[in-house]
Write a protein that binds this ligand. Structure first.
Ligand code: IMP
Length: 437
């Protein structure tokens, strides 16, 4: 039997609008699973004019029949998760062990991770990574170090947890003071806070890998929800200006505890232009009027940090690489409406380094690469009301055709606005997305 699962990932530097596609596919899925990253992610969904910004909780939480899973590959931040749950509950969304489960082997983000993230960035000055300051990198570093790690299962035993927080916390306080002159963290207060949160989360902590393998074997549909974007992948992105986890579809099996065959159909999200938050190379960046225009129209400010995002033209040379990496079956082209009103639009189809065209994409080249552009005519019309491909102006249709031709992959759906229904079904083979047609 063919695997009916889906994996939805971003093919650029994050913020591609994954939330909206995940939300649609969640309707037809029993499980929605986060497998990478943590509260650095920011997924926005607009339902009935209400805007929901989610960081840690999977997007399926807005669907009543979906079980949401925070996989072992995620770094789980209990206070942030509780804040998010409280906000959801206040807006009438029910959250409990019946619809939210946390892997017992997910690692916990602790206050010292955030302190280190912020202090280390400050110390790096101009060389900083531009992190979200959510403690993501230091938490994954402790996961790899092992002796200073704390996992979700530790929340189940308050006495052992308190002991761990005291011993590990003392070491962290010493290090933070020595390296950055930081004030010591109040370990008693942290132990108390985490013990309280532990009691709240205890019913949700489970062997999620085992559960998902069983569900998968029984043919229940699973949707894997990627965080960040493939160019931020720890191994395959623009290192060191990346995040600290495996965010491509290759990260699904390890980060969720399922076999590779469970990845299913991979849908890759691509914005009709490119954005990036934080430092690092960005060959098609438009640090000019065009970039400002895109930022304003696309409301390109970080969901997690509020930082203005760097904006530029669509880099399909990079996207072809990330699409190959995850063997993307179809692309969802998001935010096409944002480009409306520009006289001409550009697509990067390759790079030139030292005057010569580069044959194969290589993320280590980005710092010295000059983009090679194809220039197309722009369009004036607003696209927010378009519901079929035929409704789009000629120039916008040509833009989509070029994306497909250059990528060599079908554009399944096209986003023309933030609302659930502002999506055009194009060449998708996913029945739930084709319904839009
Ligand atoms: P960290 O994940 O907080 O360590 O940040 C590392 C890099 O990834 C920085 O450039 C962040 O701006 C970027 N980043 C992390 N999460 C996201 C995301 O969800 N969207 C866009 N950029 C992100």
């Amino acid at each position: 039997m063919a695997c009916a699962n889906f994996t939805v990932i971003g093919l650029q530097w994050g913020d591609e609008g994954k939330g909206k596609v995940v939300d649609r596919l969640a309707e037809a899925s029993r499980y929605v699973v986060r497998y990478c990253g943590g509260a650095n992610a920011g997924h926005t969904i607009v339902v009935g004019g209400q805007r929901f910004a989610l960081h840690l909780i999977p997007c399926g939480i807005l669907r009543p029949s979906t079980v949401n899973v925070i996989g072992n590959g995620v770094v789980f931040d209990p206070p942030v998760a509780m804040e998010e749950i409280t906000r959801l509950r206040a807006r009438g969304v029910s959250v409990g062990p019946e619809n939210l489960l946390i892997s017992r082997t997910a690692h916990l983000v602790m206050p010292w991770h955030k302190a280190e993230d912020a202090a280390s960035e400050q110390a790096l000055g101009d060389a900083k990574i531009g992190t979200t300051a959510r403690g993501i990198g230091p938490c994954y570093a402790d996961k790899a170090r092992r002796s200073t790690a704390i996992r979700a299962e530790d929340l189940l035993d308050a006495a052992a947890l308190t002991e761990k927080i005291r011993t590990i916390g003392q070491r962290k306080n010493t290090l933070l003071a020595a390296l950055y002159g930081a004030e010591p963290l109040n370990l008693n207060a942290i132990a108390e806070q985490y013990a309280t949160l532990g009691r709240e989360f205890a019913p949700m902590i489970a062997d999620t890998g085992g559960l998902l393998r069983k569900a998968n074997a029984a043919g229940k549909r699973i949707l894997f929800e990627g965080g960040q974007g493939s160019m931020l992948d720890i191994d395959h992105g623009t290192y060191p200006f990346v995040t600290s986890s495996s965010v491509t579809a290759c990260g699904v099996p390890a980060g969720a505890g399922v076999p590779p065959s469970a990845v299913g159909r991979v849908v890759g999200l691509v914005k009709a232009y490119t954005t990036r938050v934080g430092s690092g190379p960005f060959p098609t960046e438009q640090d000019n009027e065009t970039g400002n225009y895109i930022r304003q129209r696309g409301r390109e400010y970080g969901t997690t940090t509020g930082r203005p995002r760097r904006c530029g033209w669509l880099d399909l040379f990079a996207v072809r690489y990330t699409a190959d990496l995850s063997d993307v079956a179809e692309v969802a082209l998001a935010l096409l409406d944002v480009l409306g009103g520009l006289k001409e639009v550009r697509i990067c189809t390759g790079y030139r380094v030292a005057g010569r065209c580069v044959e194969a994409f290589d993320p280590t080249l980005l710092g010295v690469a000059e983009p090679v552009y194809e220039t197309l005519a722009g369009w004036e019309a607003e696209l927010g009301q378009c519901r079929t491909f035929a409704d789009l102006p000629d120039a916008a249709r040509r833009y989509v055709d070029r994306v497909e031709a250059i990528l060599g992959r079908p554009v399944g759906v096209i986003g023309v606005g933030p609302e659930r229904e502002q999506m055009i079904a194009h060449h998708t083979e996913v029945p739930e997305l084709a319904e839009l047609r």
